[in-house]
Design a protein around this ligand. Structure first.
Ligand code: FPP
Length: 242
C-alpha cells in the first residue's frame, strides 16, 4: 500500500485538543475559560471535517487520568461536555454526523450519560461523518477491556486461545468498527500520545503544532491535512520510488 490521490484526505483524524489551560493563563483568566473557548474550536473543526470529506473525527475530550485535576475543573469539563452535546445534536442530525462516545461510562454523571445516549440514538442513521468523543477513555483502558472481552469468550468456550490473532483482537475492541487512525493532530506543542488511541495509531501520521487549542482555526486544520497529503505512507513496505 502506498499513497495515491484518493488517499490524500485522511479517513480518520484523531485530535488531542491541548493547551486550553495555557491559553486562559495568557489571558489572565481561570483555566476553565480556556475550556469554554476550546468548545468553539470543537464546533469549527467538526464542521470543517465534514466539509473536507473526513469520515471519522475522534476528539480526546477527557482521559481516564484527567480525574486527577481539581474537582472544580472536572465539574466544569463535564458540564461543558453535556452542554455541547445537547446543543450540537440538532446540527449533527442536520449535517448527517453520527455521534458516538468511546470510553468508560461508569463514573460519569448520569445526566451526561443520558445526553450521550440521546445523541447516539438520534444520530445513529447519519452517514456523512462520525464524531467519536473519547471521554473517560485511554488507550490502555481500551486494550484492557478488549483482553477481558476475549478472556470471557474463552472462558465460555466460544473462542480458542490459538485463534486470537490481530483480527480477532481488533474485532473485540470497544467500537470495533472504527478504522485505524490516519492522522493524529496534537495542539500546543507537546509531542506525546498521552495514552490516546494506541492500537488504532500503529501507523498514524503524527502532526504537532504549537498553536493552543482555542486558537486552532480553519487554516491550522487545513495545514495539518496539507502536510498529511505530502506524507508517503508505506505501512512497513518499500517506497514506490525504490
Ligand atoms: C487540554 O487542555 C484539554 C482538555 C483536557 C479538555 C478538552 C476539552 C474541551 C476542548 C472543551 C469541551 C470539549 C468538548 C468536546 C465539548 P489543558 O487543560 O490540558 O491545557 P494545558 O495543557 O494548557 O493546561
Amino acid at each position: 500500500m502506498s499513497a495515491s490521490a484518493s488517499d490524500s484526505v485522511p479517513a480518520h483524524v484523531a485530535i488531542i485538543m491541548d493547551g486550553n489551560g495555557r491559553w486562559a493563563k495568557k489571558q489572565k483568566m481561570p483555566r476553565t475559560f480556556g475550556h469554554q473557548a476550546g468548545r468553539e474550536t470543537v464546533r469549527e473543526v467538526m464542521t470543517l471535517s465534514a466539509q473536507l470529506g473526513v469520515s471519522v473525527l475522534s476528539l480526546f475530550a477527557f482521559s481516564t487520568e484527567n480525574w486527577r485535576r481539581p474537582r472544580h475543573e472536572v465539574g466544569v469539563l463535564m458540564h461543558l461536555m453535556l452542554k455541547t452535546i445537547a446543543e450540537e445534536v440538532e446540527t449533527m442530525v442536520e449535517k448527517g454526523i453520527r455521534f458516538r462516545m468511546l470510553g468508560n461510562r461508569l463514573g460519569l454523571p448520569a445526566e451526561l450519560v443520558a445526553a450521550i445516549e440521546r445523541a447516539e440514538d438520534l444520530t445513529r442513521a447519519c452517514e456523512t461523518m462520525q464524531v467519536v468523543l473519547a471521554l473517560n477513555y485511554s488507550g490502555r483502558w481500551a486494550i484492557t477491556e478488549t483482553a477481558k472481552t476475549l478472556a470471557k469468550a474463552v472462558k465460555r468456550g466460544e473462542l480458542e486461545i490459538e485463534s486470537i490473532d490481530e483480527q480477532a483482537f481488533a474485532a473485540a475492541r470497544p467500537i470495533a468498527d472504527l478504522p485505524a487512525v490516519d492522522l493524529l493532530i496534537r495542539s500546543s506543542g507537546e509531542m506525546r500520545l498521552s495514552n490516546f488511541y494506541l492500537w488504532e495509531m500503529a501507523y498514524a501520521e503524527l502532526y504537532f503544532t504549537d498553536t493552543l487549542w482555542p486558537d486552532f482555526a480553519e487554516a491550522d486544520f487545513k495545514q495539518a491535512l496539507a502536510v498529511y497529503a505530502t506524507r508517503e505512507r508505506r505501512f512497513g513496505a518499500l517506497t514506490q520510488r525504490g
